[in-house]
Design a protein around this ligand. Structure first.
Ligand code: ATP
Ligand code: MG
Length: 488
């Protein structure tokens, strides 16, 4: 029998107040720390600063997360003048995708540290963003983009440079929250547990370019765990308490990961003769699927939309080919946006409609998708929900019965078939926790970790152990014949 899940330390007080008790600042030398959850589709940031215990950094238009995108808005006569295109960020950038499909760069994270010639992630990105001019960067062979908005002789922008621009924007937003005189440099950034050295290096390069100083990188699952631990006390194993085990299941836009975490208290000797109890959060095992997430689900809807479109009488009359629509920048951008919307609508409704004016060759298109249709299309994706859980448990040397709970994180865990599949795997919904903030737990955890690493704050002591020596994962690639993902 496992111990009961961690009790909340002070249940009645709002979390912010609880945290503020742990974050007294050391008067003068204190500086701010930023936690960044660097997602494929969204970047979330949370600030810790004297006077600001822990607060989400709002975007320019007061949203709690920034769409991970940058765009270059062309100036007139771009080829002739010296003036630079305007840089646009976030949802404003994505909103330009239908007008300037070849100068809006969204969802770049999967491209970090990849070699153009060898990466199935790059292949997939090219397919879903046909209008972008993705090139190999010099001898390095990594990803860069040539922008149409700039003069022809301009060097292509590396994916690290584009990400740095996004990070700079986040930094500007954070400085607006922190106040005019504040300069923000110190950050803790979340990274997937499966990241390779090259991918981690790319994050470091982008941060350096943005003038940020990385205090630490933390895996997504561990960050959620740290946040979970901030307001709880776990049984002390030095006083014969039993550790708790929770699994974080995170499905975002780009990927899915499962992380088995161990939570426990430990009584140790403090300075002098006194004992103190610290909380410990350790990663015991991870599993993942690098291509399972909202983006992959969007791609199957887009594919289906194009199938339907080419069958319409108007498209048939002009012999429109599937490939021409899918690779048409403007049409692809519109379809992608619509697929994203449709999927979210279908999480709460049983059907959704979309209509496009002049989707391709001036042909209008109306489209209806039911949840049942969608689930049929996504059939094999349902089978891909479980493996990450199994791999994480195997690496942790634990079984399903050892888990006290499963904590959901990431927007795509709201997809009904994903939840249904998890319930099936776990033998019922009993262990699934829904009281954890599935969008912001990781960024709060990262910021809390940042406050702990910075010398400017004194925070509740939570020791963390990241790293996954036995991590196992699945990789998927697209087979040569078409769209069926195969395991390799
Ligand atoms: N209600 C919903 N139903 C289904 N999917 C949703 C819903 N809300 C958000 N999503 C999806 O969640 C994804 C974004 O989630 P999240 O912000 O966790 O991703 P991310 O952190 O940017 O990506 P990743 O962690 O994979 O790098 C998108 O694909 C979005 O469509
Ligand atoms: Mg994420």
């Amino acid at each position: 029998m496992m111990a009961a899940p961690g009790r909340r330390r002070i249940t009645l007080l709002p979390a912010i107040l609880v945290l503020s008790l742990f974050l007294p600042w050391i008067a003068s030398a204190a500086s701010a720390v930023l936690g960044i959850d660097l997602g494929t589709e969204y970047i979330k940031a949370a600030l810790v600063k004297p006077g600001i215990p822990l607060e989400i950094v709002l975007t320019k238009d007061s949203k709690r997360k920034e769409v991970s995108a940058v765009a270059f808005k062309p100036v007139r006569d771009a080829q002739k003048t010296d003036s630079f295109p305007e840089r646009i960020y976030g949802s404003d950038a994505v909103a330009l995708a239908a007008r300037f499909p070849n100068d809006v760069y969204p969802n770049l994270r999967p491209l970090l540290g990849q070699l153009v010639k060898q990466s199935s992630l790059v292949e997939e990105y090219r397919k879903t963003h046909p209008a972008l001019d993705l090139v190999e960067y010099g001898d390095r062979g990594t990803v860069a983009f040539r922008s149409a908005a700039f003069q022809k002789e301009e060097e292509p922008f590396t994916v690290e440079e584009l990400l740095a621009m996004e990070l700079q924007n986040i930094r500007t937003n954070a400085e607006a929250l922190a106040g005019k005189t504040s300069k923000i440099e110190d950050v803790v950034i979340t990274v997937p547990a499966f990241y390779t050295a090259d991918e981690l290096r790319a994050i470091e390069v982008a941060s350096e370019l943005a003038g940020l100083n990385i205090l630490g990188l933390i895996s997504n699952g561990l960050a959620v765990g740290v946040n979970y631990a901030t307001s709880r006390t776990f049984p002390s194993v030095t006083e014969s308490g039993k550790a708790e085990y929770h699994l974080i299941y995170d499905m975002g836009a780009g990927s899915t990961s499962a992380t088995v975490l161990q939570f426990q208290g430990k009584t140790i000797k403090d300075k002098g003769k006194q004992n103190k109890t610290v909380q410990e959060v350790s990663v015991l095992g991870t599993g993942y699927d690098r291509l399972l997430g909202g983006d992959a689900l969007n791609a199957i809807i887009v594919d289906q939309m194009v199938n339907e479109f080419v069958k319409t009488p108007a498209a048939q009359k002009q012999s429109v080919a599937h490939e021409s629509v899918r690779t048409h920048g403007r049409a692809a951008a519109k379809l992608w946006k619509e697929a994203e919307r449709a999927r979210q609508v279908l999480s709460a409704n049983s059907e959704t409609m979309a209509s496009f004016e002049g989707l391709y060759d001036d042909i209008d298109f109306r489209y209806k998708l039911t949840r049942a249709n969608f689930e049929e299309l996504a059939g094999e994706f349902a089978d891909r929900v479980e493996p990450a859980v199994k791999q994480a448990l195997k690496a942790a040397n634990l079984s399903m019965a050892d888990l006290d709970s499963v904590i959901l994180h990431g927007g795509a865990t709201r997809t009904p078939f994903v939840q249904a599949q998890l319930e099936k795997v776990l033998g019922g919904a009993g262990k699934i926790r829904t009281n954890v903030n599935g969008d912001e737990a990781a960024v709060f955890g990262a910021a809390f970790k940042g406050a702990g690493l910075s010398t400017s704050f004194r925070v509740k002591e939570i020791q963390t152990r990241d790293g996954t020596p036995y991590s196992v994962g699945l990789q998927w690639m697209i087979d040569e014949k078409g769209s069926d993902p195969v395991r390799f």
